[in-house]
Design a protein around this ligand. Structure first.
Ligand SMILES: [Zn+2]
Ligand SMILES: [Zn+2]
Length: 141
């Protein structure tokens, strides 16, 4: 699968299948995406081949782990996050894939902050916050 930022300065190829995607409605994801929620999937970084030089913004996650947030230095598109808690993986932002329209979120996190007027499929599991072991939950999707 091919993807990249809005201006094309950073492009990537993801090899293999995309793991199940999930949506997060927390305040931080709203800021990061400047939208109502983020959609992500966790993939091994080794499966992504990157062209271009994303820039990194570092911050501390909920868990206390340090989190590196990668984005295009020219257009600002957020591409993926990495965490000191799982250094070989990235949380890839689904909206950066060239063809993401058919990807269905398999779960919803932080519904306590859900944007008014956004209606979700009642058959998809959702949490008011997030499971204690987030990485196990993501892998169980
Ligand atoms: Zn760009
Ligand atoms: Zn979030």
């Amino acid at each position: 699968m091919e993807g990249g930022c809005l201006c094309g300065g950073v492009r990537y190829t993801l090899s293999g299948e995309l793991p199940p995607a999930y949506a997060c409605h927390c305040r931080e994801c709203k800021k990061q995406t400047s939208s109502a929620f983020s959609m992500s999937a966790v993939v091994a970084f080794a499966r992504i081949s990157v062209r271009g030089e994303p820039k990194c913004h570092e911050r501390t996650a909920h868990s206390g782990a340090s989190k590196q947030c990668y984005f295009c230095p020219d257009c600002g598109t957020r591409l993926w996050n990495r965490s000191s808690a799982s250094p070989g993986k990235v949380t890839l932002k689904i909206g950066t894939l060239d063809d993401s329209a058919a990807i269905v979120p398999q779960g919803h996190l932080w519904l306590s902050y859900k944007q008014a007027g956004i209606f979700l499929d009642p058959d998809v599991p959702g949490f008011d916050t997030q499971p204690d072991d987030l990485s196990a939950w993501r892998e169980s999707l």
